[in-house]
Design a protein around this ligand. Sequence first.
Ligand code: PLP
Length: 499
Amino acid sequence: MIAFRRTVYLDNNATTPVSPKVRRRMERVLSRVYGNPSSLYREARDAAGILQESRQAVAAAIGASPEEILFTGSATEANNTVLVGLAEHFAGSKGRIVSLPTEHASVMGTLEYLKGRGVEVDFCPVDRQGFAKLDRLEALIDDRTFLVCCMLANNETGTIQDVSETARMAHAKGALVLSDCVQAVGKVQVDVKALGADYAAFSAHKVHGPKGAGALYVRDGAPVGAFVHGGHQEGGLRAGTESLHNIAGMAEAFKGATEMLSRAGRVAKLKSRLLTGLREIKPDIAVNSPEQNCLPNTASVTFPGAANSVLMAHLDFYGIAVSAGSACNTQSDEPSHVLSAMGLTPDQARQTVRFSLSDLTTERDIDYALSAIRDFVEDRGPRVTAVAPGQLDENMLFDPGTYILDVRFWHDRKVLKGLPNSHQASFVFIQRYLAKLPRDRNVLAVCQAGANAPIVAYYLRSKGFKRVSFLMAGLAGWKAVHPELYRKHAGQKVTSIEA
Ligand code: PLP
């Protein structure tokens, strides 16, 4: 049994805490440098100087020259700029993009958008560890292909692709290459020239920088179109007054990322301590991340028989943050597209947890997480009951001893009607409504797709609620199993306790 409670953050691929150096730099810029870099007087020149220094710092960290760096509001925006811009640029001449099926949502979602506008998109298969099948990739690139998307490191598994070989193949056939390098920075050396990519996307908040700050590398001479119009900033490509404190914060974070590289070996040792410990606790785990060519901080692990949403909730109870794949989709029960592309079944994907460590992770953190996982595997720890959608029949729905707590977000409530006699209180503010919840009844937490309710159920246990349960697969799963009950009762006597 676990003897102590602390906070252990093992979800650094989702985001990282801002480092003290970055915070100090941002505070200094915010408090002292208020000029608009586009103006001419002294205050403005100070701001323009910071902009230029920041561009140099980011460029130096990735082996580019400052003129090749475009600051954006996020890596998502950087990826969008390339994909949408090139589709427009090549409209009428070339109309095809080849991509990996394991790209981040900011690429996958934009590809989906472009498909709707007539761009042909083909995906190159990946193997069980997420590596692109390069012979298949080469065969897919033809003379109509204007772009190949090949991320450097995957956010869910840490798999590092052979971007330079991909670029060689693409260039031989006249196609350009976009490489999403977001997850690689600070973990492995990133040199855009060695990679040979024409475009690369970067984000500050994955390396202890601020959220809402990104950069796009555009190789000198590569075509690029404006994504945000109406101003001359960033060479006319990204209009709008620059977010100077964010940009300065990103530059500081990228300097720190270069220093972090020398400590990556320590992080890799912690990862292997974690994996060794997990194999001892549960010998049948499957590690989806490759042993070679993988980020030192990332481990994707399948726990046969354990729903990842429940394991995550159990760990959250102990103050440990991990994630199910990418920052998980709470609206649907869709398994991770990355793991599915690697050949995992939907059930295996739903039993998979991503651990992502950082420079700040300690041996003590790992050992604490391992002891919490041992508790889970050996069925110790807080008692919370999982209710399968099939079990939630009319008897349970109308049982006076059960209090149904609907923790969905307001937008989900528009998509599906609530359970009869349910009480709505949004997931994010649940702590505000504790006093309104009955302690003498079984509280059944319900969400849209099964991700949030277990977290709430375990949270209520941590607050002393004795009888707590949650609906597996959420309202969406229940509706699929009991369509007749949904038609007959859903939406009746639903009340909000959010007043
Ligand atoms: N690409 C990858 C691989 C990521 O992991 C992320 C963040 O989750 C992004 C792009 C998007 O970055 P941002 O949050 O800056 O838009």
